[in-house]
Write a protein that binds this ligand. Structure first.
Ligand SMILES: [Zn+2]
Ligand SMILES: [Zn+2]
Length: 136
């Protein structure tokens, strides 16, 4: 095998990571593909998916639980919580987490060894709250 395909692969992976790091919108693979394509016009959606899988596997990006919708990706791998618009699916970061249960309490009550948690708030984003855009 020549070196060229490997260089191209690592370049694609680097661009996928850079473009994900450039946004805080938690894009879907498809949304990210639209950004990456501006820099690498020949890249395919499948390649973007594959690179995202690899980046998830190596812990460089996070896949956010999709709940039936398309998975979204986050380049911020520090633990943090999200608020999701129930109408358009927009996802924003939250600066902090008010939580009344300590991990120790959970440990005792549920009989699980807790290794982490994920919390998602639900809401309506500013665009979806506009009067000309009423909630159905
Ligand atoms: Zn919305
Ligand atoms: Zn996030």
């Amino acid at each position: 095998m020549s070196e060229k395909p490997i260089r191209r692969q690592s370049r694609q992976r680097a661009v996928v990571l850079e473009e994900l790091q450039a946004v805080s919108s938690h894009p879907t693979a498809r949304e990210l593909y639209d950004r990456v394509r501006k820099r690498l016009p020949k890249i395919s959606l499948g390649t973007v998916y594959r690179n995202l899988e690899q980046l998830c596997g190596s812990g460089e990006v996070c896949r956010l639980p999709a709940d039936g919708a398309e998975a979204r990706f986050d380049a911020d791998t520090q633990p943090h919580d999200h608020v999701r618009c129930v109408r358009c699916g927009r996802l924003a970061d939250l600066p902090g987490t008010p939580t009344t249960l300590t991990l120790e309490t959970l440990d005792e009550t549920a009989g699980f060894e807790i290794i982490g948690y994920r919390l998602e708030y639900l809401g309506l984003c500013a665009a979806c709250r506009k009067p000309d855009n009423p909630v159905p």
